[in-house]
Design a protein around this ligand. Sequence first.
Ligand code: ZN
Ligand code: ZN
Length: 333
Amino acid sequence: MRAMTLSTPRPVHDRPLTLIDLPMPEPGEDEILVKVHVCGVCRTDLHQVEGELPMHRTPVVPGHQVVGTVEKLGPGASRFKLGDRVGMAWLHHTCRDCAYCHRGVENLCPTATFTGYDAHGGYAEYTKVHEDFAYRLPDGFDDLAAAPLLCAGIIGYRTLRLSGIKPGGRLGIYGFGAAAHIAIQVARHWGCEVYVFTRGKSRQQLGLDMGAVWAGTSTDAPPNKLDAAVVFAPAGPLVPDALGVLAPGGAVALGGIYMSEIPPMDYTRHLYHERVLRSVMNATRRDGEELLELAVTIPIKTKTTVFPLEETNDALIALMDGRIEGAAVIAVT
Ligand SMILES: [Zn+2]
Ligand SMILES: [Zn+2]
């Protein structure tokens, strides 16, 4: 099968992924073989191919927003039937037996594995996953529309949840890429007043078009103090900026897997008044199921730019250069 693989991390402009022929994966016990239709591109892919995240497997097929159909069932697999449409997300497998797994925070499982990182992902014609870690995808979304929900959507949703934002509250969104595009629709559905902080007038305008009451850069002062903020851009200097515009008791949740250095902060200006700063690590299957349900109810609209499999490097370059509005998606078959 055709697959885009990463062997040695290097700058994305050096085209780190190579198209090679890999043997077809064979689904093991309780696993399903998935024929990949499309796979969404995520900012995590950039951190991975450029080496900001250490390699866990060499070579590896990245890609963790997989939409496809069940092609083959491994021994014992019975949750899906052949031809069912399924999604795969970043969380690939957990032990299901540690304290974290029992507590409902399987995203923190110390032996969790991740799609496209520990296990081959979706930039290939086929991939496989334990049936319990695949998502049944609702109708009403075509493959392209569903792909960005699987990471940008799920992680964005968990980030919103962990920010503690309440219906009707004032929410800041920092960075306006794929995750923000989806999160703003959820926040608006909850009746929140949304403030978008992003560089670039066109992104600010997009935020306003999508229902934000205010848009500016991270150093602009919004007209009101905010109850919570979510940060999707991987830029450390945004952290004190976001904390600085919070009302007392407010929280900032950081949605990225990687962030550049956070500058020194001032206790009184940034943290006192019971303000909270927290990160988000992965997401649980429950987050995924809730987000997919919301996506149908709202319904969430996703904006996508499509690239063929052999142009995955071009998709990564376009994302790095800020040329993707919404989400990039690789069309595999
Ligand atoms: Zn566990
Ligand atoms: Zn992702």
